[in-house]
Design a protein around this ligand. Sequence first.
Ligand code: FAD
Length: 374
Amino acid sequence: MSTPGHSPLIAPAEHAPLADQRIVVIGGGMTGHRFAARLRAQDPEGRWTLTVIGEEPEQPYDRVHLSNWFASRNADLLSLDVSVWEDPRISLLTGDKAETIDRVAAHVTTTSGTTVPYDRLILATGSWAWAPRAEGRELPGIFSYRTVGDVKQIAEWVALREKTLGRQVRGVVVGGGVLGLEAGAALQDLGAASTVVEFADRVMAVQLDQGGGEMLRLLIQDKGIDVRTGVGASRFQPAGDGQVGTAVLSDDSTLDADIVIFSTGIRPRDRLAREAGLAIGERGGVVVGDSCQTSDPAIWAIGECASFQESCAGLIAPGNDMADVVVDRFLGGTRTHQRTDDGTKLKGVGVDAAAFGDVNAVTPGPSRSPSSTR
Ligand SMILES: Cc1cc2nc3c(=O)[nH]c(=O)nc-3n(C[C@H](O)[C@H](O)[C@H](O)COP(=O)(O)OP(=O)(O)OC[C@H]3O[C@@H](n4cnc5c(N)ncnc54)[C@H](O)[C@@H]3O)c2cc1C
């Protein structure tokens, strides 16, 4: 991954400049930014225009380090290289959402009513934070953990509840994966008591085996974050003032919960592509081949919204590679996207934990690779 906040250090590619192309990217997130930065760096002489349509009000930012927002309370400090937007060939629309893709007319229409024509369209719409259905799920005080908007609301809610209740806020995170543990630490940093609830029998169940998961649970508990494994949150009950107050767990025990954060997985944001009739993977996501082209030769998909070999990435490295592949292809190259396992590292919790390879040996014939917890 390139250093956050900076464009990839790359020399212009050797090729004829791309000419007379109207390129549109839907999604002003991490891979949308990567694509813009890469195209600009690799094709400084090209006569193309690029419009990036971003639904979030902020300029593209470093989502990987979202939790850093709590320290600065300044979203600008998370911004990815803003010099990209100074290029006169590139326009960034923020706070506007692509609503439809008309593949016959070759244009995108946004919520504000803007019509943006394209010769080549790139979908970089990322994922949405999925949460299971549960009674009381809509109560005020229940959040996701994906955007700057989410972390702002979480910080405001903790401060407000602390003031209203006149005591320490009690927070519950549903989901003990990497992001759930990070959210649990964020709650603790905000001064709340923090409990992470995980339905599986261990935390980071995708990345760690039983022994590693148990060791990590103990280390996290040492940091003052309570961790309950083997139980899910089945429903939520309001406090006397109508805000969320209690989480009822699958073993019928209860937890005080003045705030709840769901971190129970992500799903690719593929609605636009579905409605436009593009091929969609069995488990969701816009189907792409190793050139990242979709079933429509004028449309590409990169990042978490793209389904490559039946799976959608949940990490930034493959998304960046996909952006680079599309730029290379636009400039006449033949690069292909390959999925590699870059491992997973826990961050923000104060415990160094990393996992590499197929830790749970679920693929046929793998060698067992180590997970490490310290
Ligand atoms: C808290 C947190 C920590 C993470 N930590 C790590 C980590 O340590 N390592 C790692 O590799 N990955 C990490 N990730 C994952 C990483 O952030 C993602 O893999 C990466 O952001 C994916 O890039 P993307 O461009 O596909 O999606 P995103 O960055 O989510 O960008 C998609 C953008 O498209 C916008 N959008 C969607 N639909 C539309 C529409 N119709 N019109 C306009 N805009 C639209 C969305 O609002 C969003 O801004 C983390 C994620 C989170 C939330």
